[in-house]
Design a protein around this ligand. Sequence first.
Ligand code: SAM
Ligand code: SF4
Length: 438
Amino acid sequence: MTIPAPKTFQIKSFGCQMNVYDGERMAELLEGEGMAAAAQPGAADLVVLNTCHIREKAAEKVYSEIGRLKRADGSRPMVAVAGCVAQAEGAEIPRRAPSVDIVVGPQAYHRLPALVADAARGRRGIDTDMPILSKFGALPARRRQGPSAFLTVQEGCDKFCTYCVVPYTRGAEVSRPWDAILDEAKALVEAGAKEVTLLGQNVNAWAEQGRGLDALIRALAELPGLARIRYTTSHPNDMTEGLIRAHAEVDRLMPYLHLPVQSGSDRVLKAMNRSHSTAGYLRILDRVRAARPDVAISGDFIVGFPGETDAEFEETLKIVEAVNYAQAYSFKYSPRPGTPAAGMDGQVPEQVKDERLQRLQALINEQQLAFNRATVGKHTSVLLERAGKKPGQLVGKSPWLQSVHLETSASLGDVVDVQIVSAGPNSLGGAALVRAAA
Ligand code: SAM
Ligand code: SF4
């Protein structure tokens, strides 16, 4: 079936913040070609499924999404599968789902307009090349932004944790050039961003000619109009002294650190090829807390890694107790095809994983609520990011990345002074004090 050249598009991004960023850049690319975002999701001429392959039956979910795109009258939009499932599955996708017109990997999506033009001529395109930096060079300048923007500074990973697909789907670790990052940050600020979150699979591995992420953060902190800087996700091994010092010295760097440990057992960490110990991880957090006493710590955990015993899982609960997280993500181990851990002995039964996950999440939720409650009564700043559900209500973020709901006459993008008056597990209530300069 030939599909006419699309005029409207919809991009559905799954998974991590880097995919959200890639989705925004694809939208900018398609707009640059004269296309517009579809007014309604079901009405788009082109649907891009920007997929994630990190856990669970990611590929299966993509195939069922593709099936749902068929319209009531039997017609269908042009379908592009992008992201990490596209990279991992490649030509297998159109073999299993012939209605897919385009398969484009996470390092090749700058070629999306050309692939769309080919598909409109009836030529299916598959592009899973990995020339990371040429992608960034080929993308148009940033245009669309709200008060808070993502900016990918580093891609790929050389660490090869035994459970993880990222080194295979995103490729080798690459740092974007300093000038390109500063130019993009300036464009984002000009388009209205007050906060930039620097993204990378191992964002703190960013480096250029001896300069590390701390130098980049210090340079960004000089940009007029940029009120807040964040970065995620960090690896313990790349947590340099300079970056820890930046937390003490750079006011615009928010007091928040997402530093995954994955497990509280040193044996499991070794089997995961994490190359850090639990004691080393805790020492880093001591130094970060000494530099910035009010820092909120966040993390990632995997339960039920092959061979994980009950006692080793208890060690994970112990490290959570020792750290006292403000927030954390936890996952059941999911065997990823082609990774070393998928073939390891001692795969943990699903029911055991479920029980461990429930216990871990109960503890994390308790800590998150306690962290939120401890902010009640404090005066702090909130960056207003979106409208709330009630009239006159706006929702923003505290420095510690908590959602704060408040009634205010201030505008989206303002940074306002707020007193925290209530706390729930996932958000805070605030009362506006005086309006601060943005
Ligand atoms: N680079 C970051 C790091 O080293 O912590 C994390 C990147 S990964 C996209 C995000 C999280 O997904 C990981 O921290 C890990 O907890 C989780 N994850 C990765 N592979 C997984 C798997 N096979 N099963 C379950 N969780 C997984
Ligand atoms: Fe995956 Fe490990 Fe690399 Fe993080 S450090 S992206 S978990 S391989």
